[in-house]
Design a protein around this ligand. Sequence first.
Ligand SMILES: *[C@@H]1O[C@H](CO)[C@@H](O)[C@H](O)[C@H]1NC(C)=O
Ligand SMILES: *[C@@H]1O[C@H](CO)[C@@H](O)[C@H](O)[C@H]1NC(C)=O
Ligand SMILES: *[C@@H]1O[C@H](CO)[C@@H](O)[C@H](O)[C@H]1NC(C)=O
Ligand SMILES: *[C@@H]1O[C@H](CO)[C@@H](O)[C@H](O)[C@H]1NC(C)=O
Ligand SMILES: *[C@@H]1O[C@H](CO)[C@@H](O)[C@H](O)[C@H]1NC(C)=O
Ligand SMILES: *[C@@H]1O[C@H](CO)[C@@H](O)[C@H](O)[C@H]1NC(C)=O
Ligand SMILES: *[C@@H]1O[C@H](CO)[C@@H](O)[C@H](O)[C@H]1NC(C)=O
Length: 367
Amino acid sequence: MRLFPRLLRLKIMFVGRHFVFCKCTALLSLRILLLVPAGLPVQTQGDSQSDKNIMDNITVRQGETVFLRCTQGEIVTHTAWLNRSSILYAGDEKWSVDPRVSLVTLNQEEFTIKIENVAMTDEGQYVCAVQTSRRPTTNVVHVHVQVPPKIINLSRDIVVNEGANVTVLCQANGKPQPSVSWKLISSSGDLATDDEYLEIPSITRHRAGTYECTAVNDIDTDTETIDITVNYAPTVSDGRDIGVTLGQRGVLECEADAVPEADFEWYKDDRRFINGFDGMEIVNTGSLSKLTFFNVSDGHYGNYTCVAINKLGSSNTSFVMYVVIEPTSATLFQGPRAVQDGSGSTLGVQLDICLLFIVFLPFLLKF
Ligand SMILES: *[C@@H]1O[C@H](CO)[C@@H](O)[C@H](O)[C@H]1NC(C)=O
Ligand SMILES: *[C@@H]1O[C@H](CO)[C@@H](O)[C@H](O)[C@H]1NC(C)=O
Ligand SMILES: *[C@@H]1O[C@H](CO)[C@@H](O)[C@H](O)[C@H]1NC(C)=O
Ligand SMILES: *[C@@H]1O[C@H](CO)[C@@H](O)[C@H](O)[C@H]1NC(C)=O
Ligand SMILES: *[C@@H]1O[C@H](CO)[C@@H](O)[C@H](O)[C@H]1NC(C)=O
Ligand SMILES: *[C@@H]1O[C@H](CO)[C@@H](O)[C@H](O)[C@H]1NC(C)=O
Ligand SMILES: *[C@@H]1O[C@H](CO)[C@@H](O)[C@H](O)[C@H]1NC(C)=O
C-alpha cells in the first residue's frame, strides 16, 4: 500500500514532464484520471535534476523492425519509453495501443522495446525515461525512416506527329528524396536528362523509342519505361526498272518508310491494279509491297507507279518493266547485228572480201 502511491507519483512525474506541450490522447487522459486520486500531491521535478543522454541516431527502412534499447545500470525504480510525448511502455505495462509496439527485455540492465513494420510516421524522437534511486535520466534517440524510391506519377505511352513538342513527366517519392533521370534506351540515341521532366522540342523520328525513367536514392532504384511513337508520312525508295522475258515471272518491289505503316496502291498508267486480277498478285508485308506477274505477256510491259499512303501523307515512285529477249543459240551465234539489220549483212561480207584482197595483194604480186 505504501508503494502504490509512489508509483503513481512517478507516473505523474513522467507525465508532468513530457505531456506539458502535447495534445493528450483520450485514452491517456482517462488513464491519468483513473490513476490520480484527487488531492494527491503531484511531485514536480526540475530539469536541472535530471541527466539527458543523446543516443546515436537509428536509421531503419520502412517495413523493417526497430529496437529501442535503453541501458539502466543503477537501481532503477521506474522506467518508460515515449514516442515524442506519448508513453509507449511504462515498465512492463503497455500504454500504446499500437499492435506493432511490443516489449523485448525489461531487467535491471536494459529496457528494450521494438516497433515492427516501421512507417514514415514513426520517424522522430523517442525517449527512454529512467528513474533511479538517485535521479531521473532521459535518453533521447532519433529514429530516421528510409523509404526506397517509388515512381508515383509517370506519363503514359504517347503517339505524336513529327515536329510536335513533347514533354513527359516522371515523379518519384522516397526518403531521402530520390533523383530522377530520363534516358532513351531503345535506339543508339544519346538523349538523356537529369530531371523529372523530359522535354523534346520538335521531335524527329530518330527520337522515337522507349524511354526509361530512373529514380535513385541511397537505398534503392526504381525504373519504369514509356514508349514515344513518332508518326511521319511515307517515303518510298526509288523504283528499280526491271527487264523480263515474255512468259516469265516478273516482280516489282516497292518499299516505304512510314509510321504508321503505309498502305500501298499500284497503278499502270492511270489504271489502279486490284489484287488477283490479270494473272498477277500484290503482297504487302510491313514496309514492303510486291507486285508479281506469274506469266508476263506483251500487255504487261510498261510504266508502273507504286503509291504509299498513311494518314500523314503519301509518296510514289515509278518503275518501267521492259522486254528482255531471252538469249537463244541463234542470237548468240549471229550477234546483235543479225537482229538489227538483215539487208546490211551481204554488203558486209563483200567488204570483208575486198579488205582481204587488199591486204594480201602485195604478197600475190611477189609471185
Ligand atoms: C540525429 O537526428 C537529428 C534529427 O534529424 C539531427 O538533428 C542530428 O544531427 C542527428 N545526429 C546525428 C549524430 O546524426
Ligand atoms: C509515434 O508518434 C507519431 C505521431 O503521433 C505517430 O504517427 C506514430 O504512429 C507513433 N509511432 C509509434 C510506434 O508509436
Ligand atoms: C501527376 O502529374 C500531373 C502533371 O503535373 C498532375 O496533374 C497530376 O496531379 C499528378 N498526379 C499525381 C498522382 O501526383
Ligand atoms: C514548339 O515550341 C516552340 C517554342 O516554344 C513553338 O514556337 C512551336 O510553335 C511549338 N510547336 C508546336 C508544334 O507546338
Ligand atoms: C504464259 O502465257 C502464254 C500465253 O497466254 C501461254 O502460252 C503459256 O503457256 C503461259 N505459260 C505459263 C508458264 O503459264
Ligand atoms: C512513268 O509514269 C510516271 C507517272 O505517270 C511518270 O512521272 C514517269 O515519267 C513515267 N516514266 C517513264 C519512263 O515513262
Ligand atoms: C506522285 O508524286 C508526285 C509528287 O512527288 C505527285 O505530283 C503525283 O501526283 C504523285 N502521283 C500519284 C499517283 O500519287
